[in-house]
Write a protein of this length. Structure first.
Ligand SMILES: Cc1cc2nc3c(=O)[nH]c(=O)nc-3n(C[C@H](O)[C@H](O)[C@H](O)COP(=O)(O)OP(=O)(O)OC[C@H]3O[C@@H](n4cnc5c(N)ncnc54)[C@H](O)[C@@H]3O)c2cc1C
Ligand code: FES
Ligand code: FES
Lengths: 164, 331
């Protein structure tokens, strides 16, 4: 019973094939099997959002998903956000806005913000606070995070205007 | 987590077969937002987990048989946003109560209905009834969040479902499939109070699962409302909740359903209170009186007497909300 299984999935655009036990969470699989340690473990029970990744384009707590569940799925993790050494607008804004201290919550906040801005490029402060309700930070206080999200939205809009 | 097998059926029939093996020591995995925490703490120990997320027949919301048929895999977010449920106000009011996007997008409707209790004795491995040496730990211990109705037997926990009170008040039915075929069960009779650790919180038998929930359509004379009393305005579960569906004629209640949540091991239908409303109009006075009747038979435990007032307030406010008289600015 409960033999290891082969799972094939796309992570940050690359196909990965790995072995995992049914009882391993996606979070454990990413960190311990695939060495993708950018995704962080906070509470491990779905409360803090530190482990947020995108599963088929939607943000999920990877501690509430099994590794075997992602067979055939597309996953995006914090490692897939920057382009080489070039940070994306959300990462830049968090750095410039000092929206982190210990940084454990940061990959989750960034992945959640990426989803927010994909859905709603110009969110109000209320919309930002609601969208980030499943992400907790013990150090920074939320104001700097919210300001940084606003700043990221502006940066992205300016960049998009520049593209045309 | 203990080891278990993982299976991913594509059809309802495959799911039933996979769930029936291992003497029924199997469990359904839907969004995983609740069961993962039970598995992690070994509070449940299934030998096989059956992931139902890839069964297409259980997805989506559509009109059917004079009502709305909601697939078990519909997420809390989909339910909150569906135009087909826009008229079922009380259902929407609870759908919007989940705050974290990650949970709203993963958690499913049937997962909400079938979730196991959030009793801390159960979650910490003392079995569904939370017994030690034959004694209920909740009875003697910290029972702040436990039942104030239906708690004379060994079960002291409260039913955790957020949607059940509103859906029962609407007259919902669940479609269940299993080794003996399909059946439609009124949601009111879907929940059960276990007398032993081996019994369940629903009437589901080994091999059975919920595939759909059916709600009757709203007609113009029906109004509904729900109200949850929360400890914090955050992720936490309600301390007490109520939902009402009223049939009105010229401002007078002709028929009423009142169901309380988080107060008993099952959703708790307050039939006497509902009957007292018939022939009346809904206002502060009648709503208060009906709230009193709804909690008249409460049997609080040593530490949760305060929940009686919360349940009374939930009934009163859900009634006022149904008729548009709740001052939302104050709540
Ligand atoms: C941070 C956090 C906060 C939460 N807050 C709340 C809250 O405030 N209120 C609340 O009610 N819940 C809450 N939950 C619990 C949970 O997210 C929801 O109840 C959700 O709707 C469960 O759905 P799911 O699909 O994820 O269920 P799962 O976890 O997949 O399953 C839950 C249970 O239902 C059974 N099940 C699922 N689908 C079926 C089916 N079709 N047929 C038969 N059995 C089935 C499973 O076997 C399991 O026992 C919270 C969870 C987290 C992590
Ligand atoms: S680690 Fe997954 S939500 Fe906290
Ligand atoms: S920076 Fe430490 S938890 Fe957010």
């Amino acid at each position: 019973m409960a033999k290891k299984r082969v799972v094939t999935t796309t992570i940050n655009g690359d196909t990965h094939e790995f072995l995992c036990q049914p009882r391993q969470t996606l979070l454990e699989t990413l960190r311990d099997v695939l060495g993708l340690t950018g995704t962080k473990e906070g509470c491990s029970n779905g409360n803090c959002g530190a482990c947020t990744v995108h599963l088929n384009g939607r943000p999920v707590d990877s501690c509430l998903v099994l590794g075997v569940e992602v067979e055939g799925a597309e996953i995006r993790t914090i490692e897939g956000v920057a382009c080489g050494s070039h940070l994306d607008e959300v990462q830049e804004a968090f750095l410039e806005g000092a929206a982190l201290q210990c940084g454990i919550c940061t990959p989750g906040f960034i992945m959640q913000t990426e989803s927010l801005l994909d859905e709603n490029p110009n969110p109000t402060e209320d919309e930002i606070r609601f969208y980030l309700a499943g992400n907790l930070c013990r150090c920074t206080g939320y104001d700097k995070i919210v300001r940084s999200v606003q700043c990221a939205a502006e940066k992205r809009q300016t960049a998009n205007v520049g593209d045309h | 987590m203990r080891p278990f097998e993982y299976a991913r059926p594509q059809t309802e029939a495959e799911a039933v077969e996979l769930l029936s093996d291992h003497d029924g020591k199997t469990a359904v995995l839907a969004g995983g937002t609740d069961i993962m925490n039970l598995l992690r703490r070994d509070a449940i120990q299934p030998r096989r987990l059956v992931d139902i997320k890839h069964i297409s027949s259980m997805q989506g919301i559509r009109q059917a048989d004079g009502g709305v048929l909601v697939g078990s895999l519909v997420t809390l977010e989909d339910a909150a946003e569906s135009p087909l449920l826009a008229e079922h106000r009380s259902v929407l009011q609870v759908a919007h109560a989940h705050k974290a996007i990650q949970i709203q997008q993963a958690g499913t409707l049937a997962g909400d209905l079938c979730q196991l209790p959030h009793c801390w004795y159960f979650r910490n491995g003392y079995g569904l009834l939370g017994m030690e040496n034959g004694l209920s730990m909740a009875e003697a211990g910290d029972n702040r969040y436990h039942a104030i109705f239906g708690n004379r037997g060994p079960a002291k926990f409260v039913s955790g479902s957020r949607f059940a009170p509103a859906m029962i008040a609407w007259g919902a039915k669940v479609r269940v499939v299993g080794p003996e075929g399909e059946e439609f069960i009124p949601l009111e009779y879907f929940f059960a109070t276990p007398k032993t650790d081996r019994q369940n919180v629903t009437v589901l038998r080994p091999g059975q699962l919920v595939t759909h929930v059916w709600l009757p359509s709203r007609t113009a004379d029906i109004v509904s409302g729900a109200y949850e009393v929360l400890e914090l305005n955050g992720l936490d579960r309600p301390q007490a909740a109520a939902a009402v569906t009223l049939k009105m004629q010229s401002g007078i209640v002709r028929d009423a359903r009142i169901v309380m949540g988080h107060v008993a091991p099952t959703p708790w239908v307050a039939q006497e209170a509902a009957n007292a409303l018939i022939g009346q109009s809904v206002n502060e006075d009648t709503a208060s009186r009906v709230g009193d009747i709804a909690v008249a038979g409460a049997t609080p435990l040593s530490m949760n007497g305060f929940k009686v007032q919360m349940a009374r307030a939930a009934v009163k406010r859900s009634l006022l909300r149904a008729v548009g008289q709740l001052d939302e600015a104050l709540v």
